[in-house]
Design a protein around this ligand. Structure first.
Ligand code: PRX
Length: 636
């Protein structure tokens, strides 16, 4: 069955939640809670905020005086590191496991709340000793190791703003992000394990620093033991610093304003320059902890596994902050899902007794390829809920996940959200009936809709712009250093109505269920990772042979989309197989493996509007053999 007809079939498929799931769910009646929240969102969020600690209470829950720069819990003093760690070590949770970690080679480490708190305090003191102060930016470029959450929490604790750059990015992407944030300190590791090989993170970091020399100090976590260059006076080993007297476990948590910045996370947009979304301490902690608790119904006894990368918003919100705020036990795994065999994940679920698994459709499709025999070798009966995020999940993959992994007893929480939103926005709760491929309905306190060009709601089953009508506490506050871009990108389109533009298209069915279709801007989702066409194009034109380039996303069964690129060569260069390989290598080097086009074609011209904009829509229609539509604005 093709994807379209599969979705049509899925619309009339309804999976009712098992009675035992509803019986223990925090929220048993979605409609009732949703209605109450919609009546008075400020009161709803204030009630949720009461579940956390605040050094001083807020004066105003929501300040709407300067849209779209909304403020939450104005006047309150807090620190997310206090709610994640400090408060737990004063209770019985001191001895509870916060983190269980397995490395790709099979090594294991565990951290009680006490130990995680202690390591964080020590490292926070190390950072302070290097002169890192409240408001300073620290870039973190690491793999999935426990020192990554420790580094993030240490920054939060002293009021520094972390900027985690995904370890799969290459030197130029890292250099751009260091430069934009003006980070004087970089935290990295010698190398990371991936598919039985090592990824040379420190080497890439060295090259990035060469391109962006603002970095004064580099802290290197020893992981693989590979040889790395250490520049005297600039580079320090993490383990050595942590044994010095300055690394004392006594560390005062910085008192932060609720609206003080917590982190910057760069994501792809419509221009080549990555945008740094800025999130804050106060609203973010309320939003991420509430959404995690209600959607994944997290209980003290759970073993939660969010299999994302911490370099992604999913990891920030749901590996690091929200689970810790809730006092949960998390599992984290370093490497590839299929290493050394395709049963690695299922084996770990059995070994550790994982109860809730949250992952991406691309991983599900990748593992589904290997068939049922691999999961069937393992006892997966500890699982009680499953989750999906990052791109629309095709109903076929949804059904496999539900049957082969969840054994038809674990509801799947298909959570739609974005780097910009901080946490889940459109998502089922465990008590909500499911349709495969639909993220169902908005979380309580969120008003979302599908609208036309004028911002008017479209009829049921019609496509339109996915928008959000009312501010929420977890929303990004701005684009770091570029507030105009924040307005232009998200708020300009429906300025009069005050709607937040998500950049996605969607439709609602007759039951009010949302079906997210995908991006409508120049953003491509490849294996769930978000890439801007402009980023790929600028990587290509930075090669001496390329004069102009255009990149488009083409649907792919496994990865959601793959990139196809069209290049116009400079005179004197010949478009052959060797050059294609060189260009792929070049993109891998400049941006990262994820951005490498699956196909590169050499052309003599690109379809452009009269104002000179590349019409990617035309290229895509041509590539898919579809009608190219109205091209009257095309350059003559
Ligand atoms: O297109 C939507 C898609 O991912 C985009 C956000 O990407 P990013 O900021 O990298 O954050 C991903 C993790 C939260 C959205 O605009 N997306 C995310 N989740 C879903 C989704 N599309 C459909 N269904 C989802 N569950």
């Amino acid at each position: 069955m093709d994807r379209e007809s599969d979705i049509l079939a899925a619309e009339s498929e309804l999976y009712l939640p098992p009675a035992e799931v509803v019986a223990q769910a925090y929220i048993k009646d979605y409609d009732e809670v949703y209605e109450k929240a919609v009546q008075d969102p400020a009161a709803f969020w204030a009630e949720r905020a009461q579940t956390l600690d605040w050094y001083e209470p807020w004066e105003t829950v929501l300040d709407k005086s300067n849209p779209p720069f909304y403020k939450w819990f104005v006047g309150a003093k807090t620190n997310i590191a206090h709610n994640s760690l400090d408060r737990h070590v004063k209770t019985w949770r001191k001895n509870k496991l916060a983190l269980i970690w397995e490395g790709e080679p099979g090594d294991q480490r565990t951290f009680s709340y006490y130990r995680l708190w202690q390591e964080t305090c020590k490292f926070a003191n190390v950072l302070r000793s290097m002169g890192v102060k409240k408001g300073d930016r620290v870039t973190i470029y690491m793999g999935r190791v426990p020192e990554l959450p420790i580094a993030m929490l240490a920054c939060a604790k002293i009021g520094a703003v972390h900027s985690v750059v995904y370890g799969g990015f290459s030197e130029q992407a890292l250099a751009d992000r260091i430069e934009d944030a003006q980070s004087r300190v970089l935290i990295t590791q010698d190398g990371a394990w991936l598919r039985g090989k090592t990824v040379a993170l420190k080497k890439t970091a060295d090259e990035a620093i060469h391109r962006s020399p603002v970095v004064e100090h580099v802290i290197v976590v020893r992981r693989t033991g590979q040889d790395v260059y250490m520049e005297p006076g600039r580079d320090f080993w993490y383990d050595e610093l942590m044994t010095l007297p300055i690394a004392s476990p006594n560390c005062q948590t910085e008192v932060m304003d609720a609206e003080d910045p917590l982190f910057i996370l760069y994501t792809s947009g419509t221009t080549g320059k990555p945008k740094g979304l800025l999130h804050t301490h106060g609203g973010y902690q309320v939003y991420t902890s509430t959404t995690l608790q209600w959607v994944f119904d997290l209980k003290e006894e759970d073993r939660w596994w969010c299999a994302a990368d911490p370099g992604w918003i999913t990891g920030h919100s749901y590996i690091v902050y929200a689970p810790l705020i809730l006092g949960a036990t998390s599992f984290m795994y370093e490497g590839a899902p299929t290493h050394p065999y395709p049963n690695r994940w299922w084996k770990m679920i059995e070994n550790y007794g994982i109860t809730v698994l949250y992952t991406a459709p691309t991983a599900i499709r990748g593992l589904m390829r290997f068939g049922d025999a691999w999961p069937n070798r393992h006892d997966l009966s500890s699982l009680r809920l499953l989750g999906s995020v990052g791109e629309p999940i095709n109903p076929e993959a949804w059904r496999w996940y539900h049957r082969a992994i969840g054994k038809e007893k674990c509801p799947i929480m298909d959570t739609w959200w974005q780097t910009e939103t901080g946490g889940f926005m459109i998502t089922p709760l465990p008590s909500v009936p499911l349709k495969p491929g639909s993220a169902t309905r908005p979380f309580p306190g969120i008003e979302a809709d599908v609208v036309d060009e004028e911002g008017e709601p479209v009829a049921a089953n019609e496509d339109g712009y996915l928008i959000v009508k009312h501010p929420w506490p977890g929303m990004a506050r701005t684009v770091y250093g570029d507030p105009d871009r924040y307005i232009d990108q998200y708020w300009r389109r429906f300025q009069e109505k005050g709607y937040y533009l998500t950049g996605d298209s969607a439709r609602k069915d007759d039951d009010g269920y949302f079906w997210v279709i995908g991006r409508i801007d120049d953003v491509i989702k490849v294996s769930g990772y978000r890439l801007g066409t402009a980023e790929i194009e600028s990587a290509l034109v930075s090669h001496e042979a390329v004069a102009e380039a255009a990149a488009i996303g083409i649907p792919d069964e496994l990865r959601g989309n793959v990139i196809w690129a069209y290049c116009i060569l400079r005179s004197g260069y010949e478009g052959n197989e060797r050059l294609i390989d060189q260009l792929k290598d070049h993109v891998r080097h400049e941006t990262g493996p994820i951005a490498v086009p699956a196909k590169i074609e050499f052309v003599n011209s690109l379809p452009k509007t009269r104002s000179g904009k590349i019409m990617r829509r035309v290229l895509k229609a041509q590539a898919l053999g579809q009608d190219v539509g109205d091209i009257s604005t095309l350059e003559a």
